[in-house]
Design a binder for this molecule. Sequence first.
Ligand code: AMP
Length: 292
Amino acid sequence: MIVVRTVGDLRDALRDRRAGRIGLVPTMGALHEGHTTLLRAARAADDTVVASIFINPAQFTEQADLAAYPRTEAADLALAEQEGVDIVFAPDAAEVYPAGFATTVSVTGPVAETLEGAERGRAHFDGVATVVTKLLLAALPDAAYFGAKDAQQVAVIRRLVADLGIPVALVVCPTSRDADGLARSSRNTRLSPGERTRALAIPRALQAVTDAAAAGISDPQALRARADAVLEASGIRPEYVAFVDPETFAPVGVVDRPVLVAIAARVGSTRLIDNTVVATAQGRADTQAGGG
Ligand code: AMP
């Protein structure tokens, strides 16, 4: 495994490897088993695996969040090596945003402006879109790997890749969870033991919605009430519990096809997000609604 810090060195390292498939796994470091899922998917499919580690200041809309973000490069490099990564691209901010940098890749519409885009502000997905575009152009991979945990990020990246015609296949890996159901996240290390227990209400709320939808409830408001009850029992007031189209993030009025249920909530001072796709319960929902 080699570690490169500049786009020039990354391109040099990749020059002789382009006959085979190149996979890119973009990360912000603080690697955990969620990231491992992506690295293993890339290792299984590609000849060369590139992992990038870059805490992208542009996508942080809270300075305190950026300051508190875990930085664990030595452990990250050890884990990357163990997972068979060939090249780690770990640039500094000046390499990604050199003096005079003045370009923003900005995806518009509900996909980037609702939910995380609304809560964290426009700059969040602008920062994500800009850095992912730069990483894709730096590595020019055949495939790039992202986690379903950040479903809206995936939708934003899908949009920009299609709109800009970037020749890369996007691979979305399922959300990796701890045994108790909590979605793995670099931010989980900030939870106190008590907060961590309360945070379990988030996957439980998603499960309650899944169960209710499977039982034929197709009204998002009725489904939301199930989620709210579970969250409230643990003292969690969500920023949002949303029922949206998984691609466009437009809100849906009835769950009659696969719908993304997304939750964001603060537990203590730690902001957590999670989501699931609820399967259509169309047959039963239609029957209950009298065929309408
Ligand atoms: P991050 O380092 O948090 O920016 O995440 C880098 C990539 O890992 C993103 O594509 C995330 O969606 C993905 N990821 C983070 N946590 C998980 C998880 N628990 N399961 C699956 N993918 C994840």
